[in-house]
Design a protein around this ligand. Structure first.
Ligand code: WQD
Length: 359
């Protein structure tokens, strides 16, 4: 049993990863400010894993921008954490364009405080939630990890900046002694996981994606149209250089993504200090219209849509080359688009208003 700190563990990917780690027998502290995640998601995770009332999951409310809050997360009395998974950040591209300083403060400043707290408390193993957004407009498909990091929006710039910070940290000797303290042994074990398009929900329908306000992303929007909560989907561009003219993306089931985090931790724990950078995608692209049709089949509902102008900053095609994750972790995405739609719909149907619904 390992002790893992999950920063941002009450969010969509964080809560599903907590479930997988608890099922693997680990002990978790979730550190979250609940600005976008919900405490209810963690109660559901405990219910689903039979750990409610046990001491397997503790929750510390706080903000990664406040060192005093972070020190609370490291002062649980469990001793040193065996790893940190860092999900805590803002992820809306459009919002980042309007509020770049907020994104730099939370995503980069917050990461800096978290890393300093890790070093201070002798934890040098980190899994970082990065994003395919760091690639910007890809030159070739599928996209390998060696592709140029050329983000085109503030959100992507902040993810690339934290990736750079982690590379510098991994290159340091990892034995930096705190002021006047004893040098610590061992270097940094760091993984930068570049997610493609995480969608779907745990098959129980009890935890899932709970966007605040009108969803920016395709999947939750389609889901809310199928539910009747929104009248129509706007398809951003029908004139892309793709077979049906609509954008193609690499959708990955959130449970595959969560399992990828467990596999990453096991690799970091069993290998020497390293900086590991991996694409976590399915390696399979689907167009917007293919997603709409798949969701209609899974939900037995209509998803009316209008073809409208392209969205600024979009690329025609983005699909992962995730062969490195298979080679290094023995991990690959197992669940297909119909499973993503079925599980996403099961969550949405039971939770028309997300965690604010009875469910
Ligand atoms: C998918 C496709 C749109 C909405 C973003 C972030 C990325 C990651 C995942 C955090 C595109 C089309 C969408 C709609 C549409 N998030 N679309 N109508 O843009 O690939 O990636 O979310 O890490 O960082 O950039 O995902 O779901 O917004 O778009 O037609 O209402 O659906 O044009 O082709 P994207 P998305």
């Amino acid at each position: 049993m390992a002790k893992v700190l999950i920063a941002g563990g009450a969010g969509f990917i964080g809560s599903h990863t907590c479930l997988v780690l608890l099922e693997a027998g680990h002990q978790l502290v979730v550190f979250d400010n609940f600005s976008t995640g919900s405490p209810e998601s963690l109660r559901r995770v405990q219910e689903l894993t039979g750990t409610a009332g046990s001491d397997r999951l503790r929750v510390v409310e706080g903000d990664i921008r406040r060192p005093l809050d972070l020190s609370k997360a490291f002062a649980t009395g469990w001793g040193r954490f065996d790893a940190v998974i860092h999900f805590a950040g803002l992820k809306a591209v459009a919002q980042s364009v309007h509020e770049p300083l907020l994104y730099w403060d939370v995503n980069v400043g917050g990461s800096q405080h978290l890393l300093a707290a890790m070093a201070e408390h002798g934890c040098h193993t980190l899994v970082f939630s990065s994003s395919a957004t760091v690639y910007g407009l890809p030159e070739r498909i599928p996209i390998p990890e060696t592709a140029a990091v050329l983000p085109i929006n503030p959100y992507g710039h902040t993810k690339a900046a934290v990736e750079r910070m982690l590379a510098d940290l991994a290159a340091s000797d990892g034995r930096q002694a705190p002021e006047g303290g004893e040098p610590r042994s061992g270097g940094w074990r760091i993984a930068r996981l570049r997610y493609f398009n995480p969608v779907g929900a745990h098959s129980s329908g009890r935890i899932g994606e709970d966007p605040q306000g009108p969803p920016d992303n395709l999947f939750p929007y389609v889901s809310q149209v199928a539910l009747g909560r929104r009248p129509r989907l706007q398809v951003f561009g029908g004139d892309w250089p793709t077979p049906d003219g609509t954008g193609i993306r690499d959708y990955i089931h959130v449970m595959d993504l969560a399992e990828g985090h467990l596999a990453t931790l096991e690799a970091l724990w069993n290998e020497p200090p390293q900086l590991l950078t991996l694409n976590l995608g399915s390696g399979r692209g689907y167009s917007v219209l293919e997603v709409v049709r798949a969701f209609e089949r899974a939900s037995d509902r209509m998803v009316p849509f209008d073809l409208v102008a392209r969205r600024a900053g979009d690329a025609a095609h983005s699909v992962a080359d995730s062969s490195e994750a298979l080679r290094r972790l023995g991990w690959w995405a197992r669940r297909d688009l119909s499973q993503m739609c079925a599980d996403g719909w099961a969550w949405q149907q039971r939770h028309p208003q997300g965690y604010r619904s009875a469910g």
